[in-house]
Design a protein around this ligand. Sequence first.
Ligand code: PDD
Length: 285
Amino acid sequence: MSRIAYVNGRYLPHQAAAVHVEDRGYQFSDGVYEVCEVRDGCVIDQRRHLARLKRSLDELRIDMPMAEAALATVMRECVWRNRVRDGIIYLQITRGVARRDHAFPPPGTRPSVVITAHGLDVVGNERIAADGVAVITVADNRWQRVDIKSISLLPNVLAKQAARERGAKEAWFVDAEGNVTEGSSSNAWIVTKGGKVVTRPADHGILRGITRTVLIEVIGAQGLQLEERPFTVEEAYGAREAFLTSASQIVMPVVRIDEHPVGNGAPGSIATALRAEFHRHAEWT
Ligand code: PDD
């Protein structure tokens, strides 16, 4: 089956889908994005993703290119046209096409909108979750506003590649104080020996993950104790459990951090339970 992409008002064959060479996303990374999970043909937490998209656009002073309801319709159409049952939607909005100049383009320049959707291997992902994944740690050398979901991801790209080259699935960024901030494309969590779930507060130093937000509800509903506070790499090495969260990986147990096995080196019971519970608390559209 051929894939279809939405580009600025048109549904195009994937092969032919393109933006202009002077798109500011291409030249300056001047844009934002969202990734939403699709499960059983439904979009997961669409309302929250669109709210975060609006916030990212506002922070960068890019106009919302169309009403949220219209964006939601296009997302649904992309899911349908690509016959995605379980997978992801990728949505990107840039400041548009204009002659190259670092400062904002002339008023009236239309933002560019690209939306794609593709399937994910749910069974394969469950198998990965059953084994757990390894992460490495790298210095957090990103800019100060990573709370904005911008398409400017070069440090994240380099960190993820470093992880791959060391046989790991994810890289956890570590700030100058030795605290873990987040993963290159996920939020980072540990469970202490006392059974408390710990994750860094959502300040400007991390992206406020939608999975993270929903999981905080799940943690409360499970009667678990949550501590939103920074944690060091050393504390993570000695944690009872560790896991990461993102729209595409839900709750993924972490079984090794650098050369240190986490707990007994197998996925922890809390991470496993939170993964199993997550979708009961998410919004399905
Ligand atoms: N990544 N932190 C970073 C740096 C991320 O890129 C992501 C998401 C998250 C988790 O956010 P959420 O729970 O809303 O997916 C945290 C997406 C999935 C990506 O870039 O593919």
